[in-house]
Design a protein around this ligand. Structure first.
Ligand SMILES: C[S@@+](CC[C@H](N)C(=O)[O-])C[C@H]1O[C@@H](n2cnc3c(N)ncnc32)[C@H](O)[C@@H]1O
Length: 448
């Protein structure tokens, strides 16, 4: 009968084997970590799976450079799971507190779990060499090298003064920001609950926001199931306030269209704020992906907004002409699909999956969305355009092209507590350090 220790080792080997399969999905099959989470959740089943898969993805480019020094020739395409095993082992040697010999033995045992016991000698040999050199490697580490060349060049070209800070920030874990749902509890009262439970936090500069000193699983937050609080990245908490400021207080029942709303962070925050400011309103949360809208529905339910007739969820492609009636909206939020280049520390797979030509594709979609939605805006109304991108191609360039083609557009100024003005909008960076990279531009429709 196997001993408890043998069972434990076999369990670890299974976890590492699943992490390797997950890494192959990302690197070789070009799947996102989000896709894995919704389609193959067993590959991310435990905190250990998540730590190893996210950690190895986060340091992927440094780790590949490291392994290439010790691997005599590339592995065959059918053995990319073994290459992933070398990366996961190197990640653990570099970043985990587990003893080195246990890490190398764990990787060697994983060969059998991958159905490739013949590779034990190879894995052992390469990881022993990595083990002997990890201290030297730590000294040489340079955030720039942990990005693909094209991405490093683009960040350097567009942010010559803070590129190395951006590289460093991209290799960290993002902070955990919360938004208190003031339909359920007063902001100060929730802060008091956190204090009582010894959960430390800093106040964020967005209304009703705070940032935890140490991230923790959302479901372990006080009154999570009661919907007192939502997890929402801090830079993503400003669009709601910007749109509210743009709405005249004289409006009887404003109509607001959130064109790309799922999973609903900004939508539900906007709904909560509108409830506080107007006696009634109509807020349409649109998205083209039904599963993402379903997620929005669940979150709305937890926050206590699902039976509210003022909030309408709708599934449609916002590039289609009939998505919104002509001149029907007082305000529109276009939180556009984008490269996500401002969120690399939160979505580390972006640095592996993003290709330069994707920026052109995103730009084309962003412009198509803007032109189509503009028809739905009333004269005097405001459209807020936002992306979580760092790049001009998806930000000022899009606004510039749109404004040149649409003569009834007035670019309004944006000013926020973090970040800085660009030619036409406002840019936050992941170096702030509480925010991700995020862009905002406010467009007003001229009254003719
Ligand atoms: C940046 S995310 C939106 C995040 C959301 N606003 C929030 O705060 O939670 C972009 C969204 O755009 C949606 N999307 C992409 N193309 C679209 C289109 N043509 N029409 C409508 N939605 C689209 C995606 O499904 C995705 O949910």
């Amino acid at each position: 009968m196997p001993t408890a220790q043998q069972n434990h080792r076999a369990g670890d080997a299974q976890v590492i084997a699943q992490v390797c399969r997950g890494l192959v999905q990302v690197v070789n099959r070009r799947r996102t970590l989000d896709w894995l989470r919704s389609h193959q959740d067993k590959l991310l089943a435990t905190p250990l799976h998540q730590e190893l898969l996210y950690g190895t993805t986060r340091h992927y480019f440094s780790l590949t450079k490291l392994i290439s020094e010790y691997l005599a020739k590339p592995l065959r395409s059918k053995d990319q799971d073994l290459y992933a095993l070398l990366l996961v082992g190197a990640y653990q040697l570099r970043f985990s507190r587990k003893p080195d010999h246990a890490i190398v033995n764990g990787a060697v045992n994983t060969c059998a779990a991958l159905g490739k016991p013949w590779a034990r000698g190879l894995i052992n040999g390469v990881l022993r060499k990595v083990q002997r050199n990890t201290n030297a490697i730590a000294d040489q580490e340079d955030g720039r090298l942990n990005h693909p060349d094209w991405l490093a060049r683009k960040i350097t070209a567009q942010y010559p003064n803070n590129s190395s800070d951006i590289f460093t920030a991209n290799d960290q874990r993002g902070p955990m920001a919360l938004r208190v749902n003031t339909r359920k509890i007063n902001f100060q009262d929730y802060c008091r609950v956190l204090d009582q439970q010894g959960i430390q936090f800093a106040l964020g500069a967005a209304t009703n926001s705070l940032v935890l000193v140490t991230p923790q699983p959302a479901a372990s937050l006080p009154h999570w199931q009661d919907g007192f609080v939502a997890v929402q990245e801090l830079s993503a908490q400003f669009p709601s306030g910007l749109l509210l400021q743009a709405l005249s207080m004289d409006l009887h029942s404003p109509v607001i269209f959130d064109a790309c709303s799922a999973p609903g962070g900004k939508l539900l925050q906007l709904h909560e704020s509108l409830c506080g400011q107007f006696s009634t309103h109509r807020l349409i949360g649109n998205d083209k992906v039904p599963e993402r809208l379903e997620e929005t529905r669940k979150i709305a339910q937890r926050l206590g907004h699902s039976d509210d007739a003022r909030l309408i969820l709708q599934c449609a492609d916002a590039t289609h002409a009939d998505v919104v009636a002509e001149q029907s909206c007082d305000a529109i939020l276009l939180d556009a699909p984008c490269s996500g280049s401002g969120t690399i520390r939160r979505n580390p797979d972006i640095r592996i999956l993003l290709q330069p030509e994707h920026l052109d594709d995103h730009q084309a979609t962003q412009l198509q969305l803007l032109h189509n939605l503009w028809r739905g805006l009333k004269q005097g109304g405001t459209l807020l355009y936002s992306t979580c991108s760092l790049f001009d191609e998806e930000n000022d360039q899009v606004i510039q092209q749109f404004v040149s083609a649409q003569p009834d557009t007035i670019v309004a100024s944006v000013q926020l507590p973090y970040g800085k003005a660009t030619r036409l909008g406002w840019q936050m960076l992941p170096t702030e350090p509480l925010t991700d990279g995020f862009y905002y531009a406010m467009l007003r429709k001229a009254v003719q």
